[in-house]
Write a protein that binds this ligand. Structure first.
Ligand SMILES: Nc1ncnc2c1ncn2[C@@H]1O[C@H](COP(=O)(O)OP(=O)(O)OP(=O)(O)O)[C@@H](O)[C@H]1O
Ligand SMILES: [Mg+2]
Length: 364
């Protein structure tokens, strides 16, 4: 499925030859580039090009050339071509302005009224997310991650700015964007099956189809059949999160908004679910916006990590995570990315409860 998605944008044969003969508008040499990874340089360079202009990059990092550039380009709808020669790759990417992003956050600010006056939770946030992208929002407590997720979900409205979903202005919740909360927010008076069927029932989906969909998604998240008729209090934390994910997926949204879904789980369950979420994502090709304050989790899961700062909540920096998938938590590149992002976060978190966690990673 992923391959086909790439191919639609990939120049081959004669077309590729022609592309290689055109003088590029920007030429970058990424040989030896490690920190930040080459994809970050490609992203920053291409953002300075005009519509239809071509970037050429020379690269010696195989995952970048073979896996990440195709995904990066296809997500944005940029035609691309790759020529391999003796362990070096020539990469061509054409910038196309009109590619429709899946989500757009445009100059969004959010203020809350408090007893001390207005409190700015988010200030001038701009973010573009493409179809099929896995984006992690990372930052210390109180930097506005949940606030932004709620705005994208349409559960709250920005004080300033706009949110767009597939070219439509977000004015409220929609079944194209479904949220998975930290604690699952399941209904304790319903069984597992009934919880997963709940949203479909509201959408008046026929009983048989509802059941079939619920079974499919419970299977996808790996919840043992013997628990399908259990009540929520009979499940472990990990099982509850599996049900919450199945319930969200059953709505077949194109965007999954996840707010620290694994934060309350033990390390082992968390790692298992992180792995499974990667599999589900690569099979279903949903767009995922995943909130976490765990740097390693963000580096493991994200195509892109958006780092937030606080007071006021704002985007501080962003990283393309240029690592081949599927990724494992002990992948040395995940560790390196974790370290870079951690260093970036350091100034933001000094003095907060987050400091010990960040210091731990940086010293390893
Ligand atoms: N309804 C509200 N009224 C007043 N202040 C609010 C409201 N919701 C959020 N805030 C404030 O906005 C800021 C951002 O909150 P938010 O929950 O988005 O942070 P967060 O990054 O998700 O934090 P955490 O990692 O702890 O979940 C916080 O200072 C919070 O107190
Ligand atoms: Mg939060």
């Amino acid at each position: 499925m992923i391959k086909r998605e790439y191919e639609q944008f990939q120049f081959q044969g004669e077309e590729l030859k022609k592309l290689a003969e055109i003088k590029p508008h920007k030429l970058i040499d990424l040989r030896g580039a490690v920190c930040p990874h080459p994809l970050n340089v490609i992203r920053d360079t291409i953002s300075s090009l005009n519509d239809k202009e071509i970037l050429q990059a020379i690269c010696d990092h195989e995952p970048t050339a073979k896996e990440n550039v195709p995904r990066f380009s296809a997500r944005r709808g940029y035609p691309f071509g790759i020529i391999e020669q003796n362990g070096l790759w020539q990469i061509f990417i054409q910038k196309i302005e009109k590619a429709q992003p899946r989500l757009q956050v445009v100059n969004v600010s959010k203020a809350f009224k408090t007893s001390d006056g207005n409190f700015t939770a988010l200030n001038e946030v701009n973010l573009t997310i493409h179809q099929g992208e896995f984006v992690c929002l990372l930052g210390p407590s109180g930097c506005g991650k949940t606030t932004l997720l709620n705005l994208i979900a349409g559960l709250d409205k920005p004080t300033k700015g706009e949110i767009w979903s597939n070219g439509n202005r977000v004015t409220g919740p929609g079944s194209d964007r479904v949220v998975v909360f930290q604690e699952g927010a399941l209904f304790p008076w319903l069984t597992v099956m009934q919880n997963v069927e709940f949203g479909l029932k509201i959408l008046k989906v026929d009983g048989k189809i509802r059941k079939a969909l619920a079974l499919d998604y419970l299977k996808l998240v790996g919840l043992d059949e013997k628990f399908h008729n259990s009540f929520i209090h009979q499940l472990s934390g990990g099982m509850k999160q599996r049900v919450a994910i199945a319930r969200a997926l059953a709505m077949e949204p194109s965007v999954l908004l996840m707010d620290e879904p694994f934060a309350a789980l033990d390390v082992y369950t968390r790692e298992t679910l992180q792995e499974e979420l990667q599999n589900i994502w690569s099979e279903s090709h949903k767009t995922i916006v995943f909130v976490t304050h765990n740097v390693q989790e963000a580096a493991l899961l994200g195509d892109r990590v958006i780092v937030f700062g606080k007071n006021p909540g704002r985007i501080k920096s962003e990283y393309e995570i240029d690592i081949e998938r599927p990724r494992k938590i002990d992948n040395p590149e995940v560790f390196l990315n974790t370290k870079w992002i951690t260093n970036d976060l350091r100034e933001e978190i000094e003095g907060s409860e987050y400091e010990d966690e960040v210091r731990g990673v940086a010293q390893r």
